[in-house]
Ligand binder design. Sequence first.
Ligand SMILES: Nc1ncnc2c1ncn2[C@@H]1O[C@H](COP(=O)(O)OP(=O)(O)OP(=O)(O)O)[C@@H](O)[C@H]1O
Ligand SMILES: [Mg+2]
Length: 252
Amino acid sequence: MTKIISVINNKGGTGKTTTVLNLGAALQRRRKKVLLIDLDSQGNLTSSFAIEVPKVSIGEVLVDGVPVQEAVQKVDKISLIPSRADLLDFETRLANEPGREFMLREILEPLQQSYDYILIDCPPSLGILSINSLVAADQFLVPMQAENFAFIGLDRILQVTDKVRKRMNNQLELAGILFVKLNPRTKFCQAVVKSITDDVRVGKKMFDTYIRQDIALMESAAFHKTVFDYAPKSHGSEDYAHLAKEILKANE
Ligand SMILES: Nc1ncnc2c1ncn2[C@@H]1O[C@H](COP(=O)(O)OP(=O)(O)OP(=O)(O)O)[C@@H](O)[C@H]1O
Ligand SMILES: [Mg+2]
């Protein structure tokens, strides 16, 4: 069965794209068939691959009815549905579609048999594209930095995901909250991690894995590589490999 995981946080720069790219690569290295979807008009996930500006992007598939298979690109062993900057225009048009929250779910149906994991990189908002990802997904994963006010952002995400679960997708589960860019030795990080772990709603849903701060994760995307190809012995490689293992175990 395909698992569709939405990687979501309405705050910017919390490691969503880095997580989709490197968790996807880690799952692929464990022989899973993986599709990544760039649902962000910033196109950072698409730019992490050495491909040209795509002729068919997620926008045409969502709004113009172009068959989804036409948008899938295979880069090394990972499949990608890319995005372009004009996804913003498609997003505006999507707002007028009847059943607009269900468009992504509908277009992914023909791909269900082809992949073990579909990971969706959301934009930094809880707008219509992110809602589409939650309606299409089995699970959502929240990458988060250990910083002041992280808790408030999490509250908002949990409110929205509760509504989506109630109204549009009763399967939707929290895969887990993932601390990223963590410096586990600082007292401040330890205090934030503890405060979130103590929250009864999420206590059991924290990943055991956390992603340490590691410049190799930043550099690798700039060089159009996954961290496994760029720096196989880095903390980033180790941590994302560990996360993949934890996710596979949870979905056994
Ligand atoms: N563990 C890490 N250690 C160091 N740098 C990291 C780490 N994870 C991500 N980064 C860097 O932090 C920046 C933001 O990460 P990323 O682009 O993955 O976040 P995002 O949530 O997708 O951002 P946006 O909301 O803009 O889409 C990038 O420059 C990325 O390379
Ligand atoms: Mg991003």
